[in-house]
Ligand binder design. Structure first.
Ligand code: NAD
Length: 317
């Protein structure tokens, strides 16, 4: 049975991240039509067959293998194509290779649409978010990187474990690059409206004070730590993507640490990175300029500089 609800999402790349994202979105009830595109057509076909076989347990929707003509009436196009860092490879190699893939994909998309929101998850996500917009002159407010939405979730989870409190009641942001130069905004981190240091001072748990650096390192290195144990990470990022998709399709004005092209907030411009951002049906609605400490602010600027260097390498011949 075909659904008539309007929400159409195209996923480019049917690897670990793309297939898991499709599965996660199927369960969300947010999407009425899901299209998978992959240069490995057989892989996309296999994933679609497998996904379709669970439809009798879910709300009706259409899931199919497609091509770029399917982007014409898509609400959101999710980019998950291209590999992770290969064994022995570097982040810089990845930046160069995946920038080429991103440019090629965008060239094909703009033959059909400039109105869909482009949601980039492929790495390095900040670089590819910028390449997606700038390579074809796409409206940068419609190009969103998953950024540090996943990292912020990892941060909240680790704090919830430490404090023994539901992660949904812990608020905190990881800012900057989704990667090695990211920054934990400890000064904005709070539980039940109470700044984390103050909360810890009054906490009845007998633990010694929170080891902020240990928690931050676990967040920052989570991807590497998982890939040391299995070939890829995909559950966390697929839930982060689902959350962003939800905020767009439901026009939520949600505050998420997505990556977008910065135009001056925090004294940063000309580079995509993550800061708390209002996300709604238009895409990037507004970047929030929140009060960071001087140290956090200079770490964020340092992260922007690191990304600028990676971007210029990625775009060099
Ligand atoms: P994967 O190798 O399993 O899948 C990549 C897929 O892309 C493959 O099926 C491949 O055939 C396809 N592909 C390659 N070039 C293509 C093209 N030009 N057009 C269409 N499809 C193409 O990799 P994965 O584990 O799914 O990871 C995908 C990307 O997501 C990687 O860049 C990875 O680093 C990134 N990732 C991001 C986050 C995040 O938080 N942003 C988290 C995990 C992974």
């Amino acid at each position: 049975m075909k659904s008539t609800a309007p929400n159409k999402v195209v996923i480019i790349g049917a690897g670990y991240v793309g297939a898991t994202t499709a599965f996660t979105l199927m369960h969300s009830g947010l999407v009425s039509e899901l299209v998978l595109i992959d240069i490995d057509h057989k892989k996309a076909e296999g994933e679609v067959m497998d996904l379709n076989h669970s439809l009798s347990f879910l709300k009706p929707m259409t899931i199919k293998v497609g091509d770029y003509s399917d982007t014409a009436d898509a609400d959101i196009i999710i980019m998950t194509a291209g590999p992770s860092i290969p064994p022995g490879g570097t982040r810089l190699d990845l930046a160069k290779n995946n920038s080429k893939i991103m440019k090629d994909v965008m060239k094909q998309i703009v033959e059909y649409t400039r109105s869909a929101i482009i949601l980039v998850a492929s790495n390095p996500v900040d670089i590819l978010t910028q390449v997606a917009a700038e390579s074809v002159g796409y409206d940068p407010r419609k190009v969103i990187g998953s950024g540090t939405v996943l990292d912020s979730s990892r941060f909240r989870y680790l704090l919830s474990e430490h404090c023994g409190i539901d992660a949904r009641n812990i608020h905190g942001y990881i800012l900057g690059e989704h990667g090695d130069s990211e920054v934990a905004a400890w000064s904005l981190t709070n539980i039940a409206g109470t700044q984390i240091d103050e909360y810890c001072n009054g906490c009845e748990n007998q633990c010694t004070k929170i080891d902020k650096n240990a928690i931050f390192v676990k967040v920052r290195d989570a991807g590497y730590d998982i890939i040391a144990r299995k070939p890829a990470t995909y559950y966390g990022v697929s839930m982060a993507i689902r959350r962003i998709v939800e905020s767009i399709l439901r026009n939520e004005n949600a505050i998420l640490t997505v990556s977008s092209l910065q135009t001056g907030a925090y004294g940063i411009s000309g580079i995509s990175l993550s800061v708390p951002t209002l996300v709604n049906a238009e895409g990037i609605s507004k970047v929030l300029e929140l009060p960071l400490t001087n140290t956090e602010h200079s770490q964020l600027k340092e992260s922007a500089n690191t990304l600028k260097e990676i971007l210029s390498y990625a775009l060099s011949a």
